[in-house]
Ligand binder design. Structure first.
Ligand code: SAH
Length: 459
């Protein structure tokens, strides 16, 4: 039977009541059962909406005016919130953000994993959900008057929005970006221009250790030469004694990838340090390190609790990065084996183990889906397996190897509820039972949600 024609037309203005939210935080309202997705609309609100796109089964609208306002609508503190692509949820109360994330996880569990009976706890939020990020990487542009500017890209474009502050960044990162921009402008260093592929300074990147207050500055240039580099370093060091490392990265390519291959330390250390709980970590310019340390502590504590270690266990940490979760686990386990695909991260993981005087953690470079079956064939049978894969989730071979190892517990840390639910279904079909899912808000004001969950064998 042919579907009826959509009940709305492009460019038409309609009155719409929002009933729900998408996982990107758009309002969902229906016209005769036909759903329209409208950025910045909130459930319970009625608004004037311009229809901007009409597809067969759904459409998109633009919020023109809100007639009936939700109590959860708040004034975004950021001046450029509606232009910038970085945050999606600043117009929403924090409690609504946490609910929305929990619902997103519940939906994925139900629709993708067919696991509607598994309890999904309330999202663990932050007391103060602002200024949490320990890493900024911001493009540099040039104004008409020649002064440098920094800002994130406008949504779905490569136009830099000139901005002074980013309200989810650690204050220090903001101040460092501002200083580098000012000093570089003063020294006459040109910004890189994407279109002509000319100019020098592409990105300013700053990493801070929130516990140690250490600062690392990474200057990314198109050219091998960074003009006036000594003056730049001197001025930064004089102004900010916490700067521990100034790094130069060369990226000569026409690409969206921020960092190039060549990295040299211009001044100071190769690493900065940070601590999470009682564990200390070295962070290098390129290594993956969670961006919200306050919430990372909560996430890892929960993972550790779910692992239920008593001291005698052998544990595998697959997708271990620089060994953050592994070393958290090593505090309580007999032995931890970590596997990670990026060789530099494994080098860092080994250094981190030594730094913490932990000799019960070993790290291997490789694809987790290849190393795990190999370990199994070698007779390694862990009591607990922890996985923390990237957004695409676990490889099928890895899930199979996990099941073959028959651990007492599997702890799954995930940054994508959809692939989590998909993988949990495989583990359930293989004889495991998902006990509970705990969402943790690692990225307030944005659409992203992290989860930790654990499984035990079905009895
Ligand atoms: N557990 C760490 C890192 C998690 S991010 C932490 O909390 O900090 C996911 C990690 O998986 C990244 O370090 C990435 O390099 C790694 N990775 C991606 N694909 C992989 C694969 N096939 N095998 C092993 N590691 C992989």
């Amino acid at each position: 039977m042919a579907k009826p024609k959509p009940p709305v037309q492009k460019n038409e203005t309609i009155k719409l009541t929002f009933e729900d939210l998408t996982h990107e935080g758009s309002g969902v309202g229906k016209v005769d059962g036909y759903p329209l997705f409208v950025p910045y609309g909130l459930p319970g609100e009625t608004a004037q909406v311009k229809v901007v796109k009409v597809k067969k089964n759904f459409g998109f609208g633009k919020l023109l005016e809100v007639d009936k306002t939700s109590e959860d609508r708040v004034e975004p503190p950021c001046d450029v919130f509606y232009q910038c692509g970085g945050c999606q949820l600043q117009h929403m109360s924090y409690s609504m953000q946490l609910d929305m994330k929990r619902n997103q996880v519940k939906n994925a569990m139900k629709k993708i994993g067919h696991l509607e009976h598994v309890p999904v706890h309330e999202t663990i939020g932050m007391d103060d959900p602002w200024r949490y990020r320990n890493k900024i990487q911001i493009p540099v542009g040039q104004k008409e008057d020649g002064q440098l500017m920094t800002g994130f890209y406008q949504k779905r474009s490569h136009n830099i929005i000139d901005m002074d502050t980013c309200v989810i960044q650690d204050e220090m990162n903001d101040r460092m970006v501002e200083s580098v921009r000012r000093i570089a402008s003063h020294l006459g260093i040109d910004a890189y221009d994407e279109e002509s592929h000319r100019g020098v300074l592409r990105h300013i990147m700053v990493r801070t250790g929130q516990a140690t207050k250490d600062i690392m500055i990474i200057l990314v240039t198109r050219t091998k030469k960074l003009p006036h580099k000594d003056e730049l370093i001197d001025e930064l060091r004089e102004t900010f004694p916490n700067v521990k490392s100034v790094v130069h990265n060369v990226n000569p390519n026409k690409t969206n990838i921020i960092l190039g291959k060549e990295t040299t330390v211009l001044w100071g250390d190769e690493y900065i340090y940070d601590t999470i709980g009682d564990v200390k970590f070295m962070i290098s310019p390129k290594s993956f390190y969670q961006v919200n340390p306050t919430q990372t502590k909560k996430l890892y504590d929960q993972a550790l609790q779910y692992a239920d270690l008593r001291g005698g266990e052998t544990v595998i940490d697959a997708y271990c990065g620089i060994g953050t979760i592994s070393l958290f686990l090593a505090q309580k386990a007999k032995k931890v084996y970590g596997v990670e695909i990026v060789p530099e991260a494994v080098t860092d993981a080994k250094k981190n183990a030594r730094l913490n005087k932990m000799d019960n953690a070993e790290f291997y470079v490789g694809q987790a889906e290849e190393i795990m079956p190999w370990w199994r064939n070698q007779g390694l049978l862990p009591d607990v397996i922890v996985v923390d894969p990237p957004r695409k989730g676990c490889d099928e071979e890895l899930l199979k190897a996990m099941l073959d190892m028959e651990p007492e517990r599997i702890v799954y840390v995930s940054c994508n509820p959809s692939t989590l639910a998909r993988d949990l279904r495989v583990l359930e079909d293989g004889g495991y039972e998902t006990k509970v899912v705990q969402p943790v808000d690692m990225f307030p004001q944005t659409e992203h949600v992290e989860c930790v969950t654990y499984l035990t064998p079905k009895s």
